[in-house]
Design a protein around this ligand. Structure first.
Ligand code: TYD
Length: 207
C-alpha cells in the first residue's frame, strides 16, 4: 500500500442497527485530525449509482440481477469516487460495501457466495476496506426501531423477520472470517457507549 494513500472505512449491519449517527461522528473525528474525508454510501455514491439505488430499493427484479447491479454500482463508485479520493490521500467513510452483498444477497436471498467472490475479485480484487464496523443486534430489536420511525419501507426493510436473521448470521460469519478487518459492535447498548467503542477502535487501528 502506498504510504500516502487515505484509509477506507466501511459501516455494516442489518437495517435498523443504527449505523447512520456513528458514520457522521467518525467522519467528524477524522476531520478533527486535519484529514480530508469523503462520506459516501452504497448502493449509490455517484449519479449513476444513485439511479441504480432507486431501482434496487424499490423495483422488483431477478435476485441475480439485484446482486449484479450491486456490483455494477460499486464498480462505478470505485472508479469515480473511492479510488481517486484514496489516491489523493483522502479518507473514505462508506455506508455499506461488499460485505453487504454477502450478507443480503448471500445470506438473505440465499445466492451462492462463490459467485460474489468472483465478482468481488473482478470489481475490487486489489482493494478491501482498511476497517469495517459491523453494528450487530437482534433483528427483533432493529425491527422495533424501524417501526417506531413510521416511514415508508424499502424492498429490503419489507422482508420478513427470517430474512433479517439470515442477513445477520451471514454478516457474523463474514466477520469471523476477517476478524482483523471487521469489528463487531454490539448495537444493543446506549448510544454513548457505542460511540466510545467505535472511536477507540478507530483511533487504535487507523489514526
Ligand atoms: P441502507 O444502507 O440501510 O440505507 P438507509 O440508511 O437510507 O436505509 O439501505 C440500503 C439497503 O440496500 C439495505 O437494506 C441493504 C441493501 N444492500 C444490499 O442488499 N446489498 C448491498 O450490496 C448493499 C450495498 C446494500
Amino acid at each position: 500500500m502506498n504510504q500516502s494513500r487515505g484509509k477506507f472505512i466501511t459501516f455494516e449491519g442489518i437495517d435498523g442497527a443504527g449505523k447512520s449517527s456513528h458514520i457522521a461522528a467518525v467522519a467528524d473525528l477524522i476531520r478533527s485530525r486535519g484529514l480530508n474525508v469523503v462520506s459516501t454510501r452504497e448502493p449509490g455514491g455517484t449519479p449513476l449509482g444513485e439511479k441504480l439505488r432507486e431501482l434496487l430499493l424499490h423495483q422488483s427484479m431477478h435476485l441475480e440481477t439485484e446482486a449484479m447491479l450491486m456490483f455494477a454500482a460499486r464498480r462505478e463508485h470505485l472508479a469515480q469516487v473511492i479510488e481517486p479520493a484514496l489516491a489523493r490521500g483522502e479518507w473514505i467513510v462508506c455506508d455499506r460495501f461488499s460485505d453487504a452483498t454477502y450478507a443480503y444477497q448471500g445470506g438473505g436471498r440465499g445466492l451462492d457466495k462463490q459467485k460474489f467472490a468472483a465478482l468481488e475479485q473482478w470489481v475490487h480484487g486489489h482493494l478491501q476496506p482498511d476497517l469495517t464496523f459491523l453494528f450487530d443486534l437482534p433483528p427483533a430489536i432493529a425491527g422495533e426501531r424501524i417501526a417506531a420511525q413510521g416511514r415508508e419501507l424499502d424492498r429490503f426493510e419489507q422482508e420478513r423477520a427470517d430474512f433479517h436473521v439470515r442477513v445477520r448470521l451471514a454478516y457474523l460469519e463474514r466477520a469471523a472470517e476477517s476478524p482483523k478487518r471487521i469489528r463487531v459492535i454490539n448495537a444493543d447498548q446506549p448510544l454513548e457507549d457505542i460511540r466510545k467503542q467505535v472511536e477507540e477502535t478507530l483511533v487504535t487501528n487507523c489514526l
